[in-house]
Design a protein. Structure first.
Lengths: 565, 180
């Protein structure tokens, strides 16, 4: 391959083009100016989205990565630019989201001198990146960027940060790009062991009350079809984690609902009755397991997992099948016998009936005067024919949205799971919309989280992104308030918010909006939001002291799930 | 039950890797008792020996987290019984102690230590052994007021007859080639 002389900055852009990058989220500044200057010549090939804060850029990159499965790319300058990325990088790390973050750095002779806008971003980001690297020599740029994409997107994905000193951006090199296909010290996934598959299949074939739990691994591994085929062949009911949501259509008869703290009654309660748990691409997060010492003790555990460090980390597996879940499920399908578990599934239906009467009807079809988050979510999902992409922030509205929004296609649920990052929703919706331009994106956000990254309304307006912002406003940091009510004797310590006029703020950014206070107005309001061509803010005033139920209280067993206070 | 474990880590020699490794321990509030880093017999592959006090369950998890680091090639753990290990200690003792009686000479002979350097002011003694032994020698020599004392981290070999890393590297190269 012929080489050509380019600057380090041009090499960065050329390398990104080689990786098929067509969108970058970023914010310029002193130490990354040469790269931005190189980008100026490529504006027809790469769309750069200027966010209003670096945190917005990194969450947008996450949103993009979640709906496309490709690494999201973001740029930031040194010092504060780089440190502003950290929350999003930590969020991506814990939720296995592939990111390539490129930060500018002061010139290499100035490293360690407390130069203007110098921060040790490699050191700071070390605990929250899958890999990071500082480039001080231009000639390293193509190879390191190739490695960054390979590492970010392979195996269990995660964020990678590349810090490039300003002199390396200016320096010259002979540009030649080779995609990275291996790194000696890194095995992205182990080959699936057929003996382990056989052991797992024997347990599955013998089980009377099996329950499958699926997580984001199924989505990342593109194993949705294998999951469906597997449960349909074996007749095994399947429940999802927060990040597994949308991997299996909501209306699939074997989809028994959501696990964990605010999940459905059946899958939580019956976790402690199942004789076999098959965990597919999930990591037994504490929000899923509740008290681990009282979690599924009666059950055998099969763990299908790509990351060896997750095996036996929280829950001991009787059979651990390492490797890509798409491959292990496919191999399992060949080894399991056709079966049905109708009586066992009936138990889930019975639980659903109880939950429906005690909670769901009141959430979705309330008769009290105050509006509920549940009804706003129900109407939104119905009006989009269950085909929209849902982006949420963190808190009560998130749990309600995850419980009641319905899905037909995978990669349609974008939420901050492991880190629980308030302020995630609005910027993530930017990336989600750009990653799936033809689809309706509904960003359900609470009044607390909305104000953490509200400046990104500017990004949405400037890029004319038709994001539908569903602001569920209860004038409280609702989830914290709920805990204060339930566990701190209603001592509402600093959770009540005096909010601004959100509609006027949106209008100031050039985004139309409407506020709904009464039920009669809700359906037309949501219709107007969805039918509007560009971005739109619909603010719904929610009853102030509504709670999310069911709930597995902290420290309680999943089978001690409570349906009412 | 807590006891000493020896964690051997083979890695690429990249800037910052030591930091990445220690983060795995500090995040879990595990104190590092001893840490030695040097190039291994294989060129370009670095070897860390980290000694911690812990239980086997936690050690397994920590080793898995270390292996997960991109630049780490492989990590193993062993109990003290499974390893042959030594530490090296140096003692600086005033020269008068050597001249005034034969006590120092007797102590050095008995301990299997040796004298490295003698000057007008002091004598430097070297001893290799386990921490109990180097400590015992310190106590004995300290009757002459030891001027300086230093002890190294641990170096260790497994009792395993095969060098697991070279076998592993061969297997890994074959596996990575098979991906092409």
């Amino acid at each position: 391959m012929a080489t050509k002389k380019v600057t380090g900055s041009q090499a960065v852009i050329l390398s990104l083009l080689e990786e098929g990058v067509d969108i970058i989220f970023g914010y310029p500044g002193g130490a990354i100016m040469p790269i931005y200057d190189a980008l100026y010549d490529f504006d027809r090939h790469i769309n750069h989205i200027l966010t209003r804060h670096e945190q917005g850029a990194v969450h947008a990159a996450e949103g993009y990565a979640r709906v496309t499965g490709k690494a999201g790319v973001c740029f930031a300058t040194s010092g504060p630019g780089a440190t502003n990325l950290i929350t999003g990088i930590a969020d991506a790390m814990i939720d296995s989201t592939p990111l390539v973050c490129i930060t500018g750095q002061v010139a290499s002779p100035l490293l360690g001198t407390d130069a203007f806008q110098e921060s040790d971003v490699v050191g700071i980001s070390m605990p929250v990146t899958k890999w990071n690297y500082q480039i001080t020599d231009s000639s390293e740029i193509p190879e390191v960027i190739a490695q960054a994409f390979y590492i970010a997107q392979s195996g269990r994905p995660g964020p990678v940060l590349i810090d490039i000193t300003k002199d390396a951006q200016f320096g010259e090199l002979d540009f030649e790009y080779k995609k990275c296909r291996k790194v000696r010290s890194y095995i992205p996934e182990s080959p699936v062991d057929p003996f382990k598959v056989k052991e797992a299949a024997d347990l599955i074939n013998a089980a009377k009350k099996p329950l499958l739990l699926f997580g984001q691994g199924v989505i990342i591994g593109q194993a949705e079809q294998e999951l469906k085929d597997f449960i349909e062949k074996t007749g095994i009911p399947a429940a999802w984690t927060l990040l597994g949501l949308s991997a299996l259509p909501s209306d699939h008869p074997l989809n028994v609902g959501m696990l964990g703290m605010h999940g459905n009654y059946g899958p939580n309660l019956l976790t402690n009755e199942a004789d076999l748990i098959i965990a597919a691409g999930m990591r037994f997060d504490d929000r899923v397991t509740g008290k681990v010492s009282a979690y599924a003790k009666q059950a055998k555990i099969i763990h299908l997992e790509i990351d060896p460090a997750e095996i036996n980390k929280i829950v001991k597996a009787d059979v651990a099948v390492l490797g890509n879940v798409k491959k292990s499920l496919k191999m399992l399908i060949g080894n399991v016998t056709e079966n049905n578990h109708d009586q066992w599934i009936q138990r889930f239906r019975d639980c659903d009936k109880i939950e429906d009467e005690k909670i769901i009807q009141k959430d979705l079809y309330p008769v009290k005067p105050g509006l509920t988050m549940g009804e706003a979510i129900r109407i939104s999902t119905e009006m989009t024919n269950n085909e929209a992409i849902l982006v949420t922030d963190v808190g009560q509205h998130q749990m309600i949205a995850q419980r009641y929004f319905k899905f037909k296609t995978t990669k349609s649920n974008v939420t901050s799971g492991g880190l629980g990052t308030m302020g995630f929703g609005l910027p993530a919706s930017i990336g989600a919309q750009l990653g799936a331009p033809g689809r309706t994106v509904i960003a359900a956000i609470g009044d607390g989280g909305f104000q953490m990254t509200i400046q990104e309304l500017g990004t949405i307006a400037q890029n004319k992104l038709p994001v539908k912002i569903l602001l569920l406003n209860n004038h409280f940091l609702g989830m914290v308030r709920q805990w204060q009510q339930l566990f701190f004797e209603k001592r509402y310590s600093f959770t009540e918010l005096q909010n601004p006029d959100f509609i006027t703020i949106a209008k100031g950014f050039g985004i139309p909006g409407h506020k709904v206070d009464v039920r009669d107005d809700l359906e037309t309001g949501i219709r107007k939001m969805i039918e509007h061509e560009g971005p739109y803010l619909l603010e719904v005033t929610i009853e102030k002291e509504d709670n999310v139920f069911p709930m597995v209280p902290t420290g309680a067993s999943v089978s001690d799930i409570i349906l009412e206070p | 039950m807590k006891k000493e474990f020896n964690i051997t880590i083979f890695s690429e020699n990249h800037i910052g890797l030591l930091n990445r490794i220690t983060i795995v321990f500090t995040r879990r509030r595990i104190n590092i008792e001893s840490l030695v880093v040097s190039e291994s017999a294989i060129e370009g592959v670095y070897k860390f020996l980290v000694v911690i006090n812990s239980n086997e369950d936690q050690v397994k998890k920590v080793v898995a987290q270390i292996e997960k680091l991109i630049d780490v090639i492989r990590a193993f753990y062993h109990t003290n019984e499974e390893m042959i290990f030594q530490e090296l200690a140096l003692y600086k003792v005033p020269i008068e102690a050597l001249y005034e009686s034969d006590t120092v000479e007797r102590i050095v002979r008995k301990a299997g230590a040796r004298i490295l350097e003698i000057t007008r002011e002091y004598v430097v003694i070297e001893k290799t052994g386990h921490i109990e032994e180097t400590q015992a020698l310190f106590e004995e020599l300290n009757q002459f007021k030891v001027m300086q004392f230093t002890r190294s981290g641990r170096v260790a070999l497994t009792r395993d007859p095969i060098e697991r890393l070279s076998v592993f590297l061969k297997e890994r190269d074959a596996f990575l080639d098979s991906l092409d």
